[in-house]
Design a protein around this ligand. Structure first.
Ligand code: SAH
Length: 380
């Protein structure tokens, strides 16, 4: 049993089963034993070849470079002459930002860099990767100084805790029961169970109406809160946000539901309840939920996408960038570049599963942000 498993088992014994969100929060962010925050991973951390999962910026420098060019293009088009404030949520090993800053280069004269990161260990790694760029670290977006800013979040929202609700089998009254995590003393294992039934009307999302019995609906409350904060900030101060993650947009006629709660250890899927604190736990991102939360209450914000990462990177010129890198590369390097390109944009790799969404201030005009087309404008 992991130390966190013991802690959670004690808690459940005292006060009963806990929500998937409470479980996920403890597993990822427990100050002593959390996956990102604790000491369960004494090696180089969870991200990268030697860790548990490889993200797009860890796959190839091309990813961060193109994000950097997107930022420079957006800033020079709309905020030229002002110092750029660049904010990253959950910067991991700092690789995306290092590549982005290199691509931005001298096109921007003054740049303030703000990193929102909860993990002390990852902050150290970021400090090394970004030495020379003078980053300021924050525990949350709210403490980043006001003013126009570009906010980047790659594989950040998938790490925020979700709640799950299961539509009950009763045909007479539609009810939703929260999926909870319990501990079975006999087997020494965590198990799922269902909480009290709640009538349909307590869950107000219109997408519930089309669901089927037994179906799972997920909601990421912290994700919506942060999206709404981003929306308010951009509407008031200006700037834009670029959110990249695996997830789903609205599925016409169907609620965006399903159980997407998953765990990964050493690049393989495992049982999310098996080793609390030692596996990366994530859920797919509900992009429509984020877009609605961000644009609600402000007519000054437009959401674009979500569109497939493959399309976005191709529109930003990833093929040309790969060709440039190929020139002067050895044969082995060329093979690596081709493999990375396929991983980032291939339809069966990250190209279709990963989505990109932009949130932009509308008084910038109806200008389409780079990488998007007019028809990609989000409609709630
Ligand atoms: N963007 C990076 C890392 C993704 S992993 C990449 O693409 O490689 C998720 C990152 O989000 C980690 O840096 C993790 O420590 C951070 N994180 C998770 N929850 C967070 C929270 N609530 N606030 C700030 N950072 C968080």
């Amino acid at each position: 049993m992991t130390p966190l498993a013991q802690k959670l088992a004690n808690r459940i014994a005292q006060s009963g089963p806990i929500g998937v969100d409470t479980y996920m929060q403890a597993c990822l962010a427990d100050p002593e034993h959390g996956y990102y925050t604790g000491n369960a991973r004494p090696d180089g951390g969870p991200i990268g070849r030697g860790g548990d999962f490889i993200t797009a910026p860890e796959t190839s420098q091309m990813f961060g470079e193109l994000i950097g060019l997107w930022c420079a293009d957006h800033w020079l088009t709309h905020y030229s002459g002002q110092p750029m404030r660049l904010v990253e949520l959950g910067p991991g090993r700092g690789t995306l930002m290092a590549d982005a800053l290199r691509a931005i280069g001298k096109s921007i004269k003054r740049l303030d860099l703000d990193l929102v990161e909860t993990s002390p260990k990852l902050r150290e790694i970021q400090a090394t990767a970004l030495a020379g760029s003078n980053p300021n670290w924050h525990g949350e977006l709210a403490s980043v100084p006001a003013g126009p800013a570009l906010i980047i979040a790659n594989e950040f929202f998938d790490a925020l805790p979700i709640r799950q609700f299961v539509r009950s089998q009763s045909e007479a009254v539609v009810q939703w029961r929260e999926r909870l995590v319990d501990f079975d003393e006999a087997s020494g294992k965590f198990t799922f169970c269902l909480g009290q039934a709640r009538p349909q009307k307590t869950l107000t999302n219109s997408r519930f109406a089309n669901s089927r019995h037994g179906e799972v609906f997920e909601i990421c409350e912290p994700g919506r809160t942060i999206a709404s904060e981003i929306g308010l900030r951009i509407a008031k101060n200006g700037g834009a946000a670029l959110i990249i993650d695996y997830g789903y947009g609205a599925i016409p006629g169907r609620p965006a539901t399903g159980d997407t709660f998953q765990a990964v250890v050493k690049h393989a899927y495992t049982d999310p309840l098996a080793a609390p604190g030692e596996a990366d736990l994530t859920a797919h991102v509900d992009f429509s939920g984020l877009a609605n939360a961000a644009t609600q209450g402000s007519g000054k914000l437009l959401a674009w996408g979500p569109i497939n990462q493959g399309i976005f990177l191709k529109r930003l010129g990833i093929d040309a960038r790969a060709e440039t890198l190929n020139r002067g590369a050895t044969e082995t390097e060329q093979t690596d570049i081709a493999a990375a390109l396929d991983r980032l944009i291939g339809a069966t790799e990250m190209g279709n599963l990963f989505k990109v969404m932009a949130l932009c201030e509308t008084n910038e005009g109806n200008d389409v942000p780079a990488g998007f087309a007019m028809e990609d404008k989000f409609a709630s």
